[in-house]
Every structure is written in C-alpha cells, then in structure tokens.
Write a protein that binds this ligand. Structure first.
Ligand SMILES: Cc1cc2nc3c(=O)[nH]c(=O)nc-3n(C[C@H](O)[C@H](O)[C@H](O)COP(=O)(O)OP(=O)(O)OC[C@H]3O[C@@H](n4cnc5c(N)ncnc54)[C@H](O)[C@@H]3O)c2cc1C
Length: 419
C-alpha cells in the first residue's frame, strides 16, 4: 500500500500497492515498460476512482517546471506535474494569462484537462480547450507528441483522455495577454427571474457563477467576474433582476469567513487573483465535503433548475452549497460540452456518502430528460449504459484507447466500468 493512500477529500482510498516518483522522462518510460498496470496521480482532487490503479501509481510531482514560453505563437509548454497556481503566477509575471480557471488553483494542469475541468463564462471553453499539444509516454514506452495542428481528430479525442492514453509528460497551452479583472457579488436573486433572464445574467460578465443552497426559490449569491479595460468605468446598479449588490466580502457558504476568497467589491486585480473563487495561499476547505456536478445543454438551464427545486427538501439538508456555471461548446470527444454549450449544476455535499449515494439516482432521474452528463472527476451513480449513450464519440474514443494501449495498461476499474 502507498503512504497517504487517499484523495484530497479523503473519501476514496487508492488500491495501488506502489507509488513511483520518476524524475525524468526516461524513468517514466522504464516504469511504463515494466509495470503491468499503472496510472498517473495528479493533485488527487477527483472524488472517484478515476486516478486509481490496481497495481502502480506514478506521481509527476518532480515534473513541475514551465518548459517554454513562446511569445510569437502565444503558447506556454509545461511539465505535466505543474499546478495552476505557480503557472498562473509565472505567466502573469511574463505578461500573459490563461483564458479561464477552475474554482481553485491547487489542481494540476494535466489532471484538470484529463477530466474536462472548467470554470465559467459563456465564451469560455473548459480548461482542456487551451491545450494545443501533448507529449505522452504510451503503453509501449514510446514518447509521442500530438498536436492540434498536426493530428486533427485524433488530437480532439486525446485531450480529455481520462488518464487512459498514457502518461502525459508535457502540455502546451494557448495563452492571452495578461488582463485585469474585478469581482462583484449580488445577493438573493429570485429563481423565477432566470426563466426569462438567464441569458442576460450569465452573459453580463466574462465569468458568472450563481450559488444557491436550494433552501428557497432563490440564488443566494451571483458572482460577476469582469475584465477591466482602462478608461472604461463600470457602473453597477444597486439592484439587478431583484438581487442586491453586496457591500462586504462574501463566502459562497453563508456564515463562513470570506478571508480565503478572492477579492470582491469591484477591486481591480490580476486575472489569476479574480478568476478562481479561492486564493492560492489558502486551503479552500478542509476536504470535509463531497462533490457532484451535472452538465445540461444550455437551453435546458431553467428546466434543470426547476427539476432540482422539486427535490429541494431532499437536496438542501445534505448540501453545503450548489454552483451554476456556463461553459462554451468545444470539439473534444469526451468533454461534456462536445458540440454543445452547457450549463453545469454543481453540488458540494456534506460528507455523508450513504445519504448522498441514495439521492444521486433521484437527481439523475429528474435530469435525465435533459440529457445531463456527470463530471468525470466527481461522484455520480448513472448506469454506464446511460452515460455511454450520451457520448456520440465514445466508439471512436474506445478505438483510440485500444490503439494507444492495446493491453489496457492504463485502464482501471473506473474506465472498465464507465467506458
Ligand atoms: C475543492 C475542489 C474544487 C474543484 N473545483 C472544480 C472546478 O471549479 N471545476 C471543475 O470542473 N472541477 C473542479 N474540481 C474537480 C477537479 O478539477 C477534477 O477532479 C480534476 O481532474 C482534478 O485534477 P487533479 O490534478 O487533482 O488530478 P487527479 O484527480 O489526481 O486525476 C484526474 C485524472 O487525471 C489523470 N492524470 C493526471 N495527471 C496525468 C498525467 N500527467 N497523464 C495522464 N493522466 C493524468 C489521472 O490519471 C486521472 O484519470 C474540484 C475538485 C475539488 C476537490
């Protein structure tokens, strides 16, 4: 058994007997050749067994360098153990930015992209959409480089790879010139307003997050993250669709200190200190939580809210907080947003797995008519046949996995069951 055997939340214990920490690509190649079954462990922030292996795990914690910044092509190449926090600081110092970030910067770039991790924003694809090239050690120990330019369809299949194609050792990401942002919070948005004004609300800033505890028919908070353009003042209304502008810092969960949250109240700051909800220097929470998230095609947003509202008395007692975000459509085969813009409904649960496990099938049944797909890295109970029916490129992805990994070296119980 490996030391410290569990994921970040402590709800999943890895079954692997060994954890290797290679320092060079050659050592990765040797491990891949000699292990019968293995998997890469990222920052351990997934809530299910997607990162587990019945035999050996590899940590790329020594692969933590930014390898190259190409100003002409506007790309950055990173070693695959790099986490968003240090990468963002580096990019910002150099005058660059990523297009979007998840709610916290502590996750690894490779682990996040493997599961189509996302932030919010009508025009923002998930984090994997920034990947333009990947270096992978495949099952036979070969180093393969796949790129958006050179490998078309195959590349679109490989990026959200669920850890199944091999050991990603480097990633190249698209970057933008650095930009400043401001964050403003409104409180108590009536749910009914979203029937006619959902598009108005979520399109009114670069990234918008709506938080609710489902205790009443309202969203407790709406976080607007806007890009600041010099010389263009932002005039904020004290009231917006029935919600009121907050006058002090807020934590998404009522009653918790906002000290670990990124700066609000319209104070201008760099992109990487506004896009995540939680500051890099703070641990966002103690891990005393479970997470679930479903993606529905954007046009079904309000129907999905009503579906959850119908379950309010079951959902609210188990919940810490729920967050709604929007994600642009993309071309990545295993992305929940493949060819369709989505709205995601996320649940941070209290750590009561028996009760949550009993409730998830009920939520999934309510959302089924809306073709909801679960987040790959969070908890769900959807039957595999149902999940598989929602991914039109699944047969192609299976074929891709077979061609890169014919013996199933990188397959684990999660992939065997769901894919
Ligand atoms: C507090 C918290 C907040 C979160 N916020 C968000 C959010 O805002 N948005 C969102 O979408 N998700 C969010 N998540 C979920 C999280 O982003 C995903 O589960 C993500 O995949 C975790 O990345 P990781 O680095 O921890 O990778 P792990 O969970 O360790 O691994 C995930 C997958 O990536 C594979 N992998 C990792 N590195 C490599 C590599 N080098 N080569 C090949 N495969 C690799 C693993 O094998 C596994 O299959 C959150 C999770 C937590 C705990």
């Amino acid at each position: 058994m490996i030391e410290n055997q569990s994921n970040w939340a402590g709800n999943y214990t890895y079954s692997a007997a060994r954890l290797h920490r290679p320092e060079t690509v050659e050592q990765v190649q040797e491990l891949v050749i000699h292990c019968r079954k293995l998997k890469v462990l990222g920052a351990r922030h997934s809530f299910n067994g997607i990162a587990d292996s019945p035999e050996a795990l590899i940590s790329l914690e020594h692969f933590d360098q930014v390898a190259a910044l190409d100003r002409a092509r506007r790309t950055v190449t990173v070693e695959a153990g790099v986490r968003y926090g240090p990468l963002c600081r580096h990019l910002n110092r150099e005058g660059y930015a990523l297009h979007n970030l998840a709610s916290l910067p502590h996750i690894s770039v490779a682990g996040a992209c493997a599961t189509a991790t996302h932030g919010s924003g009508d025009r923002n694809g998930n984090l994997a959409t920034a990947v333009s090239a990947m270096e992978i050690v495949t099952a036979d120990g070969e180093v393969v480089v796949l790129s958006r330019e050179g490998h078309g369809e195959q590349f679109q299949g490989a990026v959200v790879g669920l850890g199944g194609l091999g050991v990603v050792t480097k990633l190249t990401l698209d970057i933008l010139p650095a930009f400043d942002m401001r964050q403003d919070v409104y409180e108590n948005l009536p749910l009914a307003q979203l029937e006619d004004h959902f598009d108005d609300v979520v399109s009114s800033a670069y990234s918008v997050s709506l938080f609710t505890d489902w205790r009443s028919a309202r969203f407790n908070q709406v976080w607007f993250k806007r890009r600041v353009t010099d010389g263009a003042p932002v005039e904020l209304e004290p009231e917006l669709f029935g919600a009121t502008l907050a006058t002090s810092q807020r934590h998404p969960i009522a009653g918790l200190s906002a000290a670990n949250c990124t700066e609000q109240l319209g104070i201008r700051g760099p992109w990487h200190e506004r896009l995540p909800h939680f500051r890099l220097d703070y641990t966002p929470s103690s891990g005393e939580e479970l997470q679930t998230e479903y993606f529905v095609p954007r046009q079904h947003a309000f129907a999905a809210f009503r579906a959850i509202e119908r379950l309010r008395e079951h959902v609210a007692p188990l919940l810490q907080i729920s967050e709604v975000r929007t994600i642009a459509a993309d071309n990545l085969w295993m992305s929940p947003c493949y060819k369709q813009a989505c709205v995601s409904i996320h649940f941070t649960w209290k750590k009561n797995w028996p009760a949550v496990r009993a409730l998830l099938p009920v939520i999934e049944e309510q959302l089924a008519p809306l073709n909801a797909r679960p987040h790959w890295g969070k908890l769900f109970t959807m039957p595999p046949a149902r999940l598989q029916s929602l991914y039109e490129r699944l047969p192609d992805f299976r074929q891709l996995l077979r061609s890169y990994d014919p013996q199933g070296k990188f397959r684990n119980a999660f992939l065997d069951t769901t894919i």
